[in-house]
Design a protein around this ligand. Structure first.
Ligand SMILES: [Zn+2]
Ligand SMILES: [Zn+2]
Length: 306
């Protein structure tokens, strides 16, 4: 890690800590207003299949104006054009664009950034699905440090792109440099005491943020969740266990809860709570897991040298 990045991170931390509560809130408000404006602009363009960054249709490729929208592959984008995008856009900008389109298209379930499914060796490992295209952004600790003794002796990340399941850009094709700004954000994010958390906004949320919110307030989720008869349609798969008192739960209560679930489309856990009321002898536990529709994180195969 370069000295100047670490120094910048340290000074950033001190600046954050020196802010008063009012100043922090004002800063956050300003960021939120800026985000809202940018995201509204994005959505307006997205609805007509055009790009808010360059103003052009997704189908247009103009070589003089490289743009992340090329990655949607609605235009005649070729693999060799990819470095042109990287010259103009950094990791966070590309990530934000890909997350926003995926989330706008199919919600949080199209972004698998689940830390649980990611390896300890990774700084990040994220797979994003948009229509027939799948992107994976991958950076191991070794990549972030740079592969010593090779040409890729600088902080970098790897990118894979598949179209209809076929390889279009491979992980090993490029060692993509992080900009100084990228590096600073990553260093700050990894440092839990920094008080810094990069957010892609509500429109950029993936499964990780979704599961975190679910863990914070499971009752609200169970209440609002629609029962998924087709698990591949939903975002999370909820499985409930109802444990009754000695002698079990009366059969008619079970029927009533089942009927309610069928009619309202609510989860069984919610219906059991409604039907059985506040009975201390009954415990309902729900296990929430990502639905089958969430794309698996595309793994980079281990090689002796990368
Ligand atoms: Zn564009
Ligand atoms: Zn590498």
């Amino acid at each position: 890690m370069q000295e100047d990045i670490l120094r910048a991170a340290e000074s950033f931390k001190q600046q954050i800590q020196a802010l008063s509560k009012e100043e922090s809130i004002a800063h956050l408000e300003k960021q939120r207003a800026h985000y809202n404006e940018e995201y509204a602009d994005f959505l307006e363009h997205y609805e007509c299949e055009s790009c808010y960054l360059c103003g052009k249709s997704f189908k247009t490729i103009s070589k003089s104006r490289p743009c992340p929208h090329w990655l949607l592959r609605r235009c005649k984008f070729k693999k060799k054009d990819f470095p042109k995008i990287l010259e103009k856009y950094d990791f966070y900008q590309i990530s934000a664009f890909l997350r926003w389109v995926a989330n706008a298209e199919a919600g949080v379930k199209s972004i698998n950034n689940l830390r649980e499914e990611s390896s300890e060796r990774k700084v990040f490992e994220i797979t994003i699905q948009w229509r027939n295209v799948e992107w994976t952004l991958d950076c191991s600790r070794n990549d972030f440090d740079g592969h010593t003794g090779t040409k890729a002796d600088f902080p970098h990340w790897h990118f894979q792109m598949r179209i209809d399941g076929n390889q279009f850009i491979n992980f090993n094709d490029y060692h993509i440099s992080f900009t100084k700004d990228d590096q600073l954000k990553i260093v700050l994010e990894q440092d839990r005491g920094s008080g810094f958390l990069h957010s892609f906004g509500a429109g950029g949320q993936g499964m990780q943020e979704y599961m975190e919110r679910l863990t914070e307030n499971p009752d609200a989720f169970i209440k609002n969740a629609v029962r998924a008869d087709q698990p591949e349609e939903g975002t999370v798969h909820m499985q409930s266990f109802v444990k009754g008192p000695e002698g079990g739960i009366p059969g008619e209560k079970i029927d009533e809860a089942m009927k309610m679930a069928m009619e309202t489309g609510k989860t069984l856990a919610h219906c059991f709570r409604e039907v059985l009321g506040d009975n201390e002898n009954i415990s309902i536990s729900t296990i929430a897991s990502p639905a089958d529709s969430v794309p698996a994180i595309s793994k980079r195969t281990k090689r002796k040298r990368r």
